[in-house]
Design a protein around this ligand. Structure first.
Ligand SMILES: [Zn+2]
Length: 355
């Protein structure tokens, strides 16, 4: 049977695709001219492949400019000027606009590559700051040191040989707000289903927030029903699969389970064009959701097979029997070991719940 056009991933712009898969930073693309111009602009960041930049969405409206995900600030906050503000100002001036016209800065999730330049952008423009209500709860949790983490790793529970983990501090044990989070509170926190404000990115219908937890607890996608566009940020990506359970703080629950449910939730947008957080714009969301789900379930199957063989196996030995890119040996001897242990625990719970 012939494949339907939307049953596979198709890049929207050839040049953007070729740059992204060729490890180059793609040039900006204009994705819509309905009710103002909508641009997708890559902001460089230190990473390999499609992770060498983050995609920022910019709406040039009559009454203001909205930026969704300002981008990676650079190593230090002051680098935001060189990495984001100056190039963005040049981009806007080429289109007869100015940085000072930015009225709204919207953030999909509190990761440095997306929110990093927000503080400097807000300061430079006086724009309103919008963050998801749930994501703001994680920010508050980390600020007060009251993260509620079902996967807080207790060394004695893992079954690692003595001393093996002592080299590396447990990352979430660090208290205090990471430097990439703006110190100011959002002017508006966005709830699931909220529309972004009128003066900014919206037309008649507006952009609708879709709560998609998993990558972080309060991750938001934004659906534009009029233009049939979905900003998927880091929930669904072309070329790579998003990490899961990577919030600045945890709010409890199993992020893998949340992630799968949120993948299903996006089914209503399968015929929309997707603006992801990294890579390139594409159609074929349904196909990509399926590939992403398959990837998660492959991991769950792997965990399930080990647990069938030995239901009592320690988390440490379970992790050692899973496939890790780069291999378990090197992972077990790096600070990333905590993330691997957490992932293993989440998948183990998913498998045990489904059994
Ligand atoms: Zn990202």
């Amino acid at each position: 049977m012939a494949e339907r056009a939307d049953s596979r991933i198709t890049p929207l712009f050839r040049a953007q695709y070729q740059a992204a898969v060729g490890s180059k930073v793609p040039a900006p693309v204009r994705i819509s001219t309905v009710d103002g111009e909508l641009w997708v602009r890559a902001v460089p960041m230190p990473g390999a492949g499609v992770m060498n930049s983050v995609l920022s969405t910019i709406h040039l409206g009559d009454q203001g400019i909205t930026v969704v995900d300002p981008g990676w600030a650079g190593g230090k906050a002051k680098d935001a000027v060189g990495n984001v503000l100056r190039p963005l100002d040049a981009f806007l001036r080429e289109r007869g606009r100015r940085l000072e016209e930015i009225t709204d800065v919207v953030v999909t999730h509190a990761h440095p590559d997306h929110i990093g330049a927000a503080a400097e952008m807000l300061q430079a423009t006086g724009a309103r700051y919008h963050l998801g209500a749930v994501e703001q709860r994680t920010v508050d949790a980390v600020r007060t040191g009251r993260s509620q983490d079902d996967y807080a790793v207790e060394r004695h529970m893992i079954g690692a040989p003595d001393g093996v983990l002592d080299k590396f501090p447990f990352p979430l044990a660090e208290k205090g707000l990471p430097p990439f989070i703006p110190r100011q509170r959002p002017d508006a926190t966005i709830e699931d289903g909220n529309l972004l404000p009128d003066h900014g990115i919206t037309g008649e219908l507006g952009w609708r927030a879709v709560l998609t937890p998993g990558h972080t607890p309060g991750h938001l996608c934004f659906a534009d029903d009029r233009r049939k566009l979905l900003i998927s940020a880091d929930h669904v990506l072309p070329e790579i699969f998003p990490g899961i359970g990577l919030g600045v703080a945890s709010l409890g629950g199993n992020p893998v389970k949340d992630y799968l449910a949120a993948l299903d939730r996006l089914a209503e947008f399968d015929d929309y064009t997707v603006i992801p957080g990294h890579g390139y714009c594409f159609t074929g969301l349904g196909a990509r959701r399926q590939e992403t789900r398959d990837h998660v379930m492959e991991r769950a199957d792997e965990v399930s097979q080990v647990l069938d063989w030995n239901p009592e196996i320690s988390v440490w030995r379970l992790a050692g029997r899973l496939t890790w890119s780069g291999g378990w040996e090197s992972l077990a001897n790096s600070p990333m070991v905590w993330s691997a242990i957490r992932q293993t625990m989440m998948y183990r719970d998913l498998v045990l719940e489904e059994a």
